[in-house]
Design a protein around this ligand. Structure first.
Ligand code: OGA
Ligand code: NI
Length: 392
């Protein structure tokens, strides 16, 4: 990293009253928090009735033709007009969603020395991190995160995933009367067991969310007038990439001066976000206004990313979003990224160009090259995907 890494959580816990200069955004980029820090109303949108579309994914598989057709249309509209929607009836068990949240909350509540063992580097980004981009002196965001690879299997390394000793704390009481050495042995054993448990849970969560991505890829393909498997294959079939980024947004003494994540669109194909169940914070830019998303219980937030914009030749647009923070509550979110395989060229679908008699708006590029660009330069709204535009 270009500078010593500062954990935002440590800053927050230290009780600073003013945030360091590097987190203070230029005036135009600051959120306008009209009413903040009340769970039901921390939004900067004056029209609180606007919310992003909610789609019952079950409807797509209904026996009733009309329901199926209507549901497909709703997805299509949401993709064209928003690039963002919530889904319910997505097939992932509620308990699994809750357990995943719990495991990650536990990770972020570990003592700092333990989290530091997972510190990441700009080479792979895997592990515990506090910034994206390596530009020296860059403005930073008010968040820490944990990033891990899930697919391809060759990149999956569960030994780098958190193993959570917290969960067995409550058992220690039974050990009080045992000799110290024996306690050590038992502790090592239990830690190993718990590690397996937590990693298995993260694996299962990812596996289930991946299924949701698979369903959505098919739905989006059909809606674009392509073969059902088109998008999945265009992204590399069984060689697609997936990863999980868990964001932790600590309490912030001056939430009106900074952001939890700066405006960006996600670089890959699609993102499935499990938001915090108590605190909102995600905002999307719609017609130049930042709207706060109000999560529905047990829903996922689906967000279209840059490579879908490219393949669909901008029929679908990736959604620009950012995160605001709060002075009263911290917040945890799990973002699952569904990405193209790194080394194949991603370009507008030929079939789609033919059918619609369109010229390609984007030049072919591999996702590896695209992502490297972002990891060097940090997040800057939608400038990356826009810079891909073919010369007229
Ligand atoms: C992300 C992201 C939003 C959130 O991780 O890319 O946009 O609500 N997260 O945490
Ligand atoms: Ni994002």
């Amino acid at each position: 990293w270009p500078e010593a890494v500062v954990r935002v959580q440590s800053l927050s816990d230290s009780g600073v009253k003013r945030i360091p200069e590097c987190y203070v955004k230029p005036i135009d980029d600051r959120p306008s928090l009209l009413i903040d820090d009340d769970d039901s109303s921390n939004q900067s949108n004056s029209n609180s009735n606007i919310n992003i579309p909610v789609i019952d994914l079950g409807g797509v598989y209904s026996e009733d033709n009309r329901v199926r057709k209507r549901s497909m249309e709703m997805v299509s509209e949401a993709c064209r007009e928003w690039g963002l929607f919530q889904v319910v009836n997505h097939g992932v068990r509620e308990e699994l969603m809750e357990a995943a949240r719990r495991v990650w909350r536990e990770f972020f509540s570990l003592p700092m020395e333990m989290k530091q063992e997972y510190a990441n580097t700009p080479e792979t980004y895997e592990g515990y991190g506090s910034r994206v981009g390596v530009e020296k002196g860059a403005k930073l965001d008010w968040s820490d995160y944990f990033f891990l690879h899930f697919l391809p299997l060759s990149l999956r390394n569960p030994s780098k995933w958190p193993a959570n000793p917290h969960s067995c704390r409550s058992l220690y009481i039974y050990f009080l009367y045992l000799p110290a050495q024996l306690i050590n042995v038992i502790e090592i054993y239990i830690k190993a067991l718990v590690a397996i448990d937590d990693r298995e849970l993260v694996r299962e969560y990812n596996e289930e969310v991946l299924k949701v991505c698979g369903k959505l890829m098919k739905i989006l393909s059909v809606n674009l007038g392509l073969e059902e498997d088109y998008l999945e294959n265009a992204f590399g079939g069984d060689q697609i990439g997936t990863s999980l980024r868990v964001n932790f947004y600590p309490k912030c003494p001056q939430p009106d001066l900074t952001l939890g994540i700066s405006p960006h669109s996600d670089p890959g194909g699609l993102t499935v976000l499990l938001p915090d169940d108590h605190v909102s914070g995600l905002q999307v830019r719609k017609d130049d206004v930042w709207l706060t998303v109000k999560p529905i219980p047990n829903a996922f937030i689906i967000n279209l990313a840059d490579q879908l914009q490219v393949v669909s030749n901008a029929q679908y647009k990736s959604v620009e979003h950012r995160v605001i923070v709060s002075s009263n509550h911290d917040r945890v979110s799990l973002a699952f990224f569904y990405n193209p395989r790194g080394d194949i060229l991603i370009e507008p679908a030929k079939q789609l160009l033919l059918t619609n008699n369109e010229a390609p708006l984007y030049q072919p590029m591999t996702f590896n090259d695209y992502r490297t660009f972002i990891r060097l330069n940090g997040l800057h709204g939608k400038s990356q995907v826009d810079s891909l535009k073919s010369p007229p």
